[in-house]
Design a protein around this ligand. Sequence first.
Ligand code: AMP
Ligand code: SF4
Length: 474
Amino acid sequence: MLGEIRGLNEECGVFGIWGHPDSAHISYYGLHALQHRGQEGAGIVVTDGDALRAVKGEGLVNDVFNEEKLKSAKGNAAIAHVRYTTAGGGGIENVQPLLFRSSTGSMAIAHNGNLVNANHLKQHLERSGNIFNSTSDTEVVVHLIKKSKKPGLRAQVKEALSLLKGAFSILLITKDCMMIARDRNGLRPISIGKLGDAWVVASETCAFDLIGAEYVRDVEPGELLVITNNGMEEDRFAEKEKRAMCAMEYVYFARPDSNVDEINIHMARKRMGKRLAQECKGIEADVVTGVPDSSISAAIGFAEEAGIPYELGLIKHKYTGRTFIQPTQELRERGVKMKLSPVVQVVKGKRVVMVDDSIVRGTTSRRIVTMLKEAGATEVHVVISSPPMKNPCFYGIDISSSEELIASSKKVEEIRDAIGADSLTFLSDEGLVDSISRPFDDENGGLCMACFTGNYPTEIYPDTVLPHEKELVK
Ligand code: AMP
Ligand code: SF4
């Protein structure tokens, strides 16, 4: 049971639109822009003001939808989702948005993030006779809404949301309205925009750029927005608590052209690279190269600050999928080999600084160091634009056990040895916080840094933690 819920929670992307005659097509483009947040499944639920209709499937956005399906999904509003799942967590029943039909009216829901009290709530609901169709904790939210005795959907949704703990950016749609909610710590990004008269909402602002929408603002922690044909109403389901936006969104997850809480990802990563160069003065090298795609911005910043030329030392083969989702170590290693190639002319006979955004298990760094050395690099200095990741994440990132994290058991020098680098430098905690440079007064500028520091912004419920990890979150 425990493994079931934990293994399934994931980093995803959500998109929604209200008040546009071609909602399905626009959602399809929106999902395209969010494809990097999930490649396992995609879905769109549209409403024509009368009924709700779902189109969804497993695989990439392009595999799931075609012109015929999009044309048949007529409606002036939609919510949509791309799903990222870990091994064993697939299955069409878990592809969102989840659509629930009932005599009191249908609703669909899409969710990004992970609830830390999903098991508690689920056990409670099961004891009182509820049956679950999927293993996703999104369904818990719908059951809570249905159980609420409050008058009217908005009050029921508010009551349900107020019971949730952890990370969530949720979209909900009925034939009459779309609701948007963000958890009280603001752990996952979500922004709203306008496309002409239509309202749009997306996990990342890069989706607005692709469809030509204008950014309006980010949804506030604890906020509930209700959009109907009469416009948008601002409401809250909870007071804002300690603001704690996921630092890994800035480091790795979000696309460089997105802005999260109004900070551009590319610029933040460039600052991380610059700061890293300041923090590891003394490396003598001939070229700087970044691991494509997520580390290019940091590598450019590092090269600029260190005064060492930035070069294209590694090429990424497109369309091979993410290495991280391969289930076994052996497959992961083969996956890394398939994905990247060195540019021999750039690295041969050179002292290379290799910038990557993070080290999780250490597989990627080890493979790349070996690859660069095989290609003739005389020295490989690995610099990482985030601090050592020592603690599991309970908020929807696929790092659910500290055993997977090389930095949880090894010191920097031991990791350097394990990956075969000539030197290894991580960005400091302060370096990361300063580089992201958020305008909020909360601790760390309102960032969650828990996987680096062990300081979790929310309560962690005992059964979301593996027994040997209990010590970590005391
Ligand atoms: P590893 O090979 O296990 O050390 O993973 C590190 C690589 O995975 C880095 O190059 C990152 O770009 C990427 N990465 C970091 N965190 C995650 C994550 N939660 N999911 C998928 N990939 C990740
Ligand atoms: Fe992000 Fe790390 Fe916090 Fe998880 S623990 S939400 S990955 S910063």
